[in-house]
Design a protein around this ligand. Structure first.
Ligand SMILES: NC(=O)C1=CN([C@@H]2O[C@H](COP(=O)(O)OP(=O)(O)OC[C@H]3O[C@@H](n4cnc5c(N)ncnc54)[C@H](O)[C@@H]3O)[C@@H](O)[C@H]2O)C=CC1
Ligand SMILES: N[C@@H](CC=O)C(=O)O
Length: 340
């Protein structure tokens, strides 16, 4: 049995609960299981407080309660144990893994970083959906101590870190290009289709992929965080957010998008890493790509990565993520990997 504490019960946490509730290890052609692991949610935290049940909180009931707009502390049959993961630990509730899926705070790491530190101090591994703790405390969280898994942080289900690590085993990257912020891809596509920027952002928020403060997406912060994590995880560098040359998409107009399209090009919100004599140059900015570029062929709901190499050719991968479920599935794959 693996006992989970989940902090953050929004788009990611809610979908994760649903995925846990519907794990299926039964024999057959199409199981979607936890490899026989018994995943038990013993603590859950949202902005209303922390709830615990050592016998297991029913993930389907909590997911339904949250989807209906309920507060965690109002779920029938559970015990309220303060408001944070530290409170859960202080109450003596034991768990084997923390899932941190709360809001990001790029100044301090916020409650997420506090929760991660509390868990690791107690010897408990962590799976992150929140990027801010990793961006602000990379060396600490990837150094000695309990494991920290974070594959959902860089493109959700898109295998960015694993693709790069595998590729760079025998090749050198000469240029990395990626569309890592789904909201920006989606919003630009809808604007090109004729929606107003405000309506396009509202549609992105309705899918669950946008950040609570959409400027985090539209101003390039989210993509910059992902690029920093990707660079630190795979390129042997120690990048910080301030190292990223960052331009958001708010200056891109429908006229710009249509003009590019008429010229056989497409404007894509691009994160790039390019090696220079003084290290890796990291950039987030809208870029015009020819239509035969893999990232110009993405549809409104896709993200992608292209790795140009010296000897391994050009590798590319894309993922279609119309909602937060694929990212929740990425969190689940980290949970299963760490627990297995
Ligand atoms: N939505 C997505 O597609 C993806 C989101 N992420 C990251 O995962 C995290 C969560 O994202 P969403 O679920 O979309 O956000 P959300 O806004 O839907 O949910 C956030 C949750 O955190 C809770 N919360 C607020 N303050 C809290 C606190 N102090 N302690 C514990 N919980 C608190 C809220 O009550 C809510 O349940 C963010 O850091 C985001 O950047 C990562 C990958 C994909
Ligand atoms: N807001 C992000 C989702 C989380 O990483 C995005 O739009 O890609």
């Amino acid at each position: 049995m693996t006992r989970l504490a989940i902090s953050g019960l929004g788009a990611i946490g809610g979908n994760l609960l649903h995925l846990i509730a519907t794990l299926d290890d039964s024999p057959g052609p199409d199981p979607r299981g936890g490899r026989g692991l018994d995943l038990r949610v013993v603590a859950a935290v949202d902005s209303s407080g922390a709830i615990v049940d050592a016998g297991g909180i029913d993930p389907a009931a909590l997911a339904a309660h949250k989807a209906a707009g309920g507060r965690a502390v109002d779920l029938p049959g559970v015990t309220v144990a303060g408001g944070t993961i530290a409170d859960v630990l202080a109450a003596g509730v034991e768990f084997d893994m923390l899932i941190e899926a709360g809001p990001g705070d790029l100044e301090t790491g916020g409650a997420g970083l506090v929760a991660v530190r509390a868990a690791r101090s107690a010897g408990i591994p962590v799976v992150l959906a929140a990027k801010a703790p990793l961006v602000l405390a990379w060396d600490e969280l990837t150094g000695p101590g309990p494991a920290v898994a974070y594959s959902a942080c860089v493109g959700g289900a898109l295998p960015t870190v694993t693709l790069l690590r595998a590729t760079l085993t025998s090749a050198r990257a000469t240029r990395i290009e990626a569309a890592l912020n789904g909201t920006s891809v989606y919003v630009l596509s809808l604007i090109e289709d004729g929606l107003s920027p405000a309506d396009a952002v509202a549609r992105a928020q309705a899918t669950g992929i946008a950040e609570p403060d959409p400027s985090f997406d539209l101003d390039g912060w989210d993509a910059a965080c992902k690029l920093v994590i990707l660079a630190n995880a795979t390129l042997g560098t120690r990048a910080r957010l301030s190292d990223v040359d960052r331009t958001g998409i708010t200056g891109v107009t429908r006229d710009d998008l249509l003009r590019a399209r008429a010229a056989g090009r497409r404007i894509v919100p691009l994160a790039t890493a390019v090696p220079g004599v003084d290290g890796w140059h990291l950039t987030v900015a809208p870029a015009e790509l020819p239509l035969d570029h893999p990232l110009a062929r993405m549809d409104a709901e896709e993200m992608g990565i292209v790795v140009h190499t010296d000897v391994a050719g050009r590798l590319s991968a894309t993922t279609r993520e119309p909602d937060a479920i694929p990212s929740a599935a990425a969190v689940l794959r980290d949970i299963i990997t760490l627990a297995g």
